[in-house]
Design a protein around this ligand. Structure first.
Ligand code: SAH
Length: 361
């Protein structure tokens, strides 16, 4: 797909043509990664954070949020619950913080991988090389780190007062890959200042990174963050501003599936949280093949306040299992079996034929 095709789809408003794109991506997913939907249990292990991300409710300068870190036994218990639900992996996510001590987490990872068959994915921000190597050695096999936006200037504006740049983020992703992690990345949809051209660049960056997992969700304004508190007079006037609507996210997911046919792509929690309940099924019909039920213990869920209206997970294990079973039945897809690693089906020659791995620019 060429840049001009991507731009056309990103700008598309005709309901029939959009439905055609989503369907095409759904069919592509079934052909490449197959029809199973992998289930990953999300465990939000702590909300301390050193970051200043202007969009995120966990940002360090924010007061009025009770900070916590889960105990080892709580994390291991949540992982066992995920295993009992038949999930293939768990994602341990937290703010970026030294409160997630390398040795402590290494022991948690080892307990999960020795006591269950779960694959362990980490999502802990930009940690130093020694910690990342230790966790890999002790059994973590995947790492999620979104690049958030491919626009270097916007990236810098969103992470003020830090050394963070788009470059450091991309370098960290390469470092994770070199350590042998499956890597996951992605971007936010509808960030103030994200234009349709930025979104096309985001998509092309995904294609050139060829990640194993791709997370894409809408920016959800949080009133206690600088970005959410100040309605965006300047940028909302931007003619080419990408809207943070669920159909826009479906379109981004569909184009991502066509550009990265082998990736594992979840219907993210943030997407669910802005989609009316009766339209959520469609989020599994636009190229996605993963869902990430929240397994965080109830007492911590509200404190992991990245954005408002976050789906609060299940009330009982039985209820969760029933909801998932019904949802998968409605879209006629079976639950994934096993850890759900990235499949590599496309031959190298085809990669080149489709322009993947082509040098940037
Ligand atoms: N601290 C880790 C992981 C937790 S944040 C990290 O930074 O990678 C996980 C993701 O939540 C981020 O990558 C970001 O894309 C998303 N996020 C943060 N604030 C958000 C908001 N207001 N709306 C939607 N998604 C948000």
């Amino acid at each position: 797909m060429r840049r001009s095709d991507l731009l056309r789809y990103v700008r598309e408003t005709d309901p029939g043509r959009l439905a055609g794109l989503w369907k095409c991506a759904d069919q592509a997913a079934r052909r490449t990664v197959g029809s199973p939907v992998h289930l990953r249990g999300l465990i939000e292990i702590g909300n301390h954070c050193v970051g200043t991300c202007l969009y995120c409710g966990l940002r360090a300068p924010r007061r009025g949020v009770t900070r916590y870190r889960m105990q080892t036994r709580e994390i291991v218990a949540a992982a066992h619950e995920a295993a009992r639900c038949g999930f293939g992996s768990v994602v341990l996510q937290a703010g970026e913080s030294p409160s997630i001590e390398p040795q402590w987490l290494a022991n948690v990872i080892e307990r999960i991988t020795s006591e269950t068959k779960l694959a362990v994915t980490l999502s802990l921000g930009e940690r130093d090389s020694a910690a990342l190597a230790l966790w890999r050695e002790r059994g973590a096999s995947r790492y999620l780190l979104r690049f958030e936006t491919s626009d270097a200037e916007l990236y810098r504006a969103l992470h003020p007062g830090t050394q963070r740049t788009l470059r450091t983020r991309l370098d960290k992703l390469e470092e994770l890959r070199a350590l042998g992690y499956e890597i996951g990345t992605g971007m936010l949809i509808g960030l103030p200042g994200q234009t349709v051209d930025t979104l096309v660049e985001d998509l092309l960056l995904l294609r050139s990174l060829d990640p194993d997992m791709i997370g894409i969700g809408p920016w959800v304004p949080h009133p206690d963050t600088p970005l959410g508190a100040r309605p965006t007079a300047r940028t909302s006037a931007l003619e080419d501003q990408v809207p943070r609507t669920y159909p826009m996210v479906w379109t981004a997911l569909a184009l991502t599936r066509l550009l990265c046919p082998e990736a594992n792509i979840p219907r993210t929690t943030a997407l669910d949280s802005i989609t009316p309940v009766d339209a959520r099924e469609q989020g599994l019909r636009c190229g996605t093949n993963v869902i990430m039920p929240n397994m965080t213990p109830a007492k911590y869920r509200l404190q992991y306040d990245i954005y408002p209206g976050k789906s609060n997970g299940y009330k009982s294990i039985r209820g969760l299992k029933e909801t998932i079973a019904q949802e998968l039945q409605a879209v006629e897809r079976p639950p994934g079996q096993g850890a759900g690693n990235r499949l590599r089906r496309v031959q190298a020659s085809e990669h080149f034929a489709t322009g993947r791995h082509a040098p940037a620019g």
